[in-house]
Structures are given as structure tokens and as C-alpha cells.
Design a protein around this ligand. Sequence first.
Ligand SMILES: Cc1cc2nc3c(=O)[nH]c(=O)nc-3n(C[C@H](O)[C@H](O)[C@H](O)COP(=O)(O)OP(=O)(O)OC[C@H]3O[C@@H](n4cnc5c(N)ncnc54)[C@H](O)[C@@H]3O)c2cc1C
Ligand SMILES: NC(=O)c1ccc[n+]([C@@H]2O[C@H](COP(=O)([O-])OP(=O)(O)OC[C@H]3O[C@@H](n4cnc5c(N)ncnc54)[C@H](O)[C@@H]3O)[C@@H](O)[C@H]2O)c1
Length: 470
Amino acid sequence: MAPTKTDLCIIGAGSAGLSLAAGAVQMGARVVLIEGHKMGGDCLNYGCVPSKALIAAAAQAQMMRTGGCGIAGTAPRIDHAAVMAHVHATIAAIAPHDSVERFEGLGVRVIRDWARFLSPRELEAGGEVIRARRFVVATGSRPSIPPILGLDEVPYLTNETLFDLRERPERLLILGGGPVGIEMAQAHARLGVPVTVIEGRKALGREDPEAAALVLDRLRSEGVEVLEDTELRRVSGGPGAISAQTEGGTIKGSHLLIAAGRRPALDRLNLSAAEVETDARGIRVGVGLRSSNRRIYAIGDAAGQGQFTHLAGYHAGVVIRPILFGLPARARTGHIPRVTYCDPELAQIGPTEAEARAAHGDAIDVVRADYAGNDRAVASGRTEGFVKVVVHRGRPLGVTLVGAEAGELVSPWALAIASGQRMTAMTGMVAPYPTLGELNKRAAGAYFSPKLFENPWVKRGVRAIQRLLP
Ligand SMILES: Cc1cc2nc3c(=O)[nH]c(=O)nc-3n(C[C@H](O)[C@H](O)[C@H](O)COP(=O)(O)OP(=O)(O)OC[C@H]3O[C@@H](n4cnc5c(N)ncnc54)[C@H](O)[C@@H]3O)c2cc1C
Ligand SMILES: NC(=O)c1ccc[n+]([C@@H]2O[C@H](COP(=O)([O-])OP(=O)(O)OC[C@H]3O[C@@H](n4cnc5c(N)ncnc54)[C@H](O)[C@@H]3O)[C@@H](O)[C@H]2O)c1
């Protein structure tokens, strides 16, 4: 059979592949999209969407439980199956956007099969040979399962199976205190599940330590047990009864969730036939996300540059330039935010204070504003948290935001950093009163206040001008 010829062949219909397919086809390219499992990939089916729907249910329960602002708290009645129905209804509501029908409607040729390279210019899927001018690998990542003694003999959950549970776990053990572990620990605890997190190093260890401590204090105050610097040595047991042995003793649980990081999903691709080099993080790419084969690009989790849906979408926008127009492209990293959707939320963009100090020494200023000084935060009883901005040569370089709605509040900083704006852009903005958004302006103002209010030359100048003014 003659090969199917196309301009662009994308492997993987997750956040990265779908964004690229939609963009490329609407700009006139002939696009083949290959998906071996579920349209929408991890984010829709096993990641962002179900986890955020579960977190929303947990937040409802917590608000009822704690009350506040003069309203007494009351014990929420939690039906775990109903919560999971909400999770799956959320997936179903979003799924049409990522569906075969929508993409075929846009003009994309969708093949439902696993793709496998045959040569540097051809692959096979659905019984067809596809020969494309350019290929893009957007195959995402999978849970990484650490080699722990006994783990292959006990039933364990990952993000791919957690959301299928219909009954509330009696007691949940979570291995890993990264974003998956911490988000799921708090959500389950709020839904009435006793939770222990076992973390080999520091929980939320990538984050600003002060911000991470604030989050972890909240989790602990809500009853989550977070064990740090704790090595899980061995697991044993069976369905509903799992024992986890650490150096500190044995912890028992009904379920075990593995949230110990992710590895790139490249195994089915036969990349050696395509002359594409890989490393532990994913496909080895240059700044333009091109692999060792100049016809093949990698985007999203498979590119090993970070694991976020918005990063996958950004990558799609980067590679569309060289693929469609033959223009050079460069994937930047300093303007990509990340948010852990625990309560309080933790958002970071650019380097943390410690990372910025390591890179720039004393050439940075660090300014902050606390939620406790924000009128809207006080009025709604959400005074815990802060925004901290690292400033380099008058421009924001890194921002840490922890507190209510931190994930929403970080966006103006994402814009400022992406467009290289100075701190004056934030102070020049007029934020409506009373909003949490005023925090950003307050933090930016803190950068200028010493220069204005503690400067004797300014005071002298004002006095001199006042004497001259009529
Ligand atoms: C629990 C959890 C919560 C998360 N929450 C967030 C969040 O709140 N915000 C955020 O930004 N990120 C979040 N993430 C990360 C986010 O889900 C990923 O970064 C994102 O899904 C990556 O998109 P992708 O397109 O690179 O890969 P994927 O979405 O994994 O898509 C890859 C697709 O490729 C297919 N595929 C693989 N191999 C082949 C092959 N050989 N042939 C054909 N098809 C193939 C797969 O079946 C899959 O559908 C979360 C992740 C997890 C696990
Ligand atoms: N809100 C979000 O944007 C969001 C939410 C969830 C996941 N994600 C993405 O998915 C990625 C994966 O998340 P994750 O939390 O699974 O991974 P992670 O790599 O961020 O964290 C895993 C944690 O597990 C610990 N760990 C690993 N092996 C261990 C062992 N044997 N014993 C004890 N601890 C061990 C690590 O020290 C680390 O702290 C994230 O990095 C993020 O990019 C994003």
C-alpha cells in the first residue's frame, strides 16, 4: 500500500497534540493526528480535570465544616460515589472539546491507534504508513513507579486509577509529596479520608520554603500526616489492607497511591528507527524543541522540559512557526507559571528567591505584600499568605504567591514577565478596590516606596518646590 502523505503528523492527542493540530489545520496545513488511547490525554482523563473537580468537591466540604464570617460550621454529609460522579461529569462536559468529531470537523485526519516509527521519515498506525514532512511527538508521560520491595505484589493506585474509585478509601497512604501527592492528600482528607503522605525528601521540595511551609502547616492542621525525609522500605498486604514499612515503623492503610513523579511515554514509538535521541527526561530537544532528527519535534511532557498543560499549549505555539512557516523558534522557560491547587494555593513563576540569589547574588531586590494587609482578604477571613517578588534591574524576575486564589493572581505577573515589563507596569495599573488583586500592586509599590518615601533628596526637592509654587 502506498504511504499516506501529509504535511504534519502529530502523535498523541493530549493537551500538546490537540493544541498543535487545531492551530495547524486552521492555518491550512494537512494534519494527521494519531491517538492510541483516550482523546484529551492525561489532563482531561487522569490529571488536571478530575483532580480539580475533586478538589472543588473537597473545598465545598471544608467550607461547610469550618463555617466562618459568623456562620457556624456543620459536618458535611459526603457521598463519595456522588463526588466521583461529579468528577466524571466534569470530564464528560469538557470531552467534546477534545473529541474526534471536533477535530475531524476542523479537517484533521484522526487515527485511533498506537504509532510506531518505521524509519526517519515514516511511521505506521492503524494499518497505514504515514509519510510526513514533519512529525511531532506529543505522547506525554506516565506515572513513575519506584522500585520498592514488595510493590509489584500489592495493589496500588496511580492517577490513572484513583478517579475510578467509587467507595471512599478507609485510609489512604500516598507515596510522594509533590503536586500530585499534596493536592490529592488535602482533597481526600477534606472528603473524610485519613491520609498519610510518605515523602523521601521534602514535601513540595521545589517550592519556596516559606510558601511550602505555609501549605504544609495547613495540611497538617487539617489532619493530614506528612512524613518527610522518610524512606519507604517495603510494602506488603492485599486489597484493603496495606502495610508500608519505613525506618520509623509500619503504617497501615486501605489504599496506596503512588505519586512519585512521572516518566516520558516513549516506549511504543520505536524511536531508534527514527534516529531520535532520548534521555531520562524525554526526547532530547534543542531550544526550538527539535529532536536529533530535524524532521521530528517533541512537545509537552514528552519533551522533558516540564509537565504542565499550559506548557504543552505553549510548546504547540512555538513549533508551529518552524513547521508551517519555516521560521526559527525558541521555547523560553522563565515566563511559565506553575500552580499547586492546594488550599492555600501556591503559585510560582520564574525563579524562587533562593534560586534567584544563587544566580544573581545581591543584584536582586525582594519585595512582598501580605494577605493580612489586604482589605478584601480581611473582609472574607482569608488573611493567610503573601506575594513575594524578586526584582532584577527594575523588572520582575520571579514571583511566589501563596494564599487564596494565588493561581488567578499570578496571571498579571505572567504577562509582565512574558512581555519584559518593568515594575512600573504593575504600579501604574489601577486595581479595583477591594480585590485580592491589589496585593500585586502593593508588592510592586513596596519596590518603589523606599526610593520615594525614605529618600532625603525627594523630601528636600518637595520642600523646595513647595516654597516656589504659588
Ligand atoms: C494528577 C495530575 C494532575 C495534574 N494537574 C495539572 C494542573 O492542574 N495543571 C497543569 O498545568 N498540569 C497538570 N498536570 C500535568 C498535565 O496533565 C500534563 O502536563 C499534560 O497532560 C501533558 O500533556 P501532553 O499532551 O504532553 O501529554 P498527555 O496529555 O499525556 O497526552 C499524550 C497522549 O499521547 C498518547 N500516546 C502516547 N504514546 C502514543 C503512541 N505511541 N501513539 C499514539 N498515541 C500515543 C497518549 O495515549 C495520550 O493520550 C497534572 C498531572 C497529573 C498526573
Ligand atoms: N497543579 C499542577 O499544575 C499539577 C498537579 C499535579 C501534577 N502536576 C505535574 O505532574 C508532575 C508530577 O507530579 P508528582 O507529584 O507525581 O511528581 P514530582 O516529581 O513533582 O514529586 C514526586 C515526589 O515524590 C517523591 N518521591 C519519589 N520517589 C519516592 C520514594 N521512593 N519514596 C518517597 N518519596 C519519593 C519525590 O521526592 C518528590 O517530592 C509535576 O511535576 C507537575 O509538573 C502539575
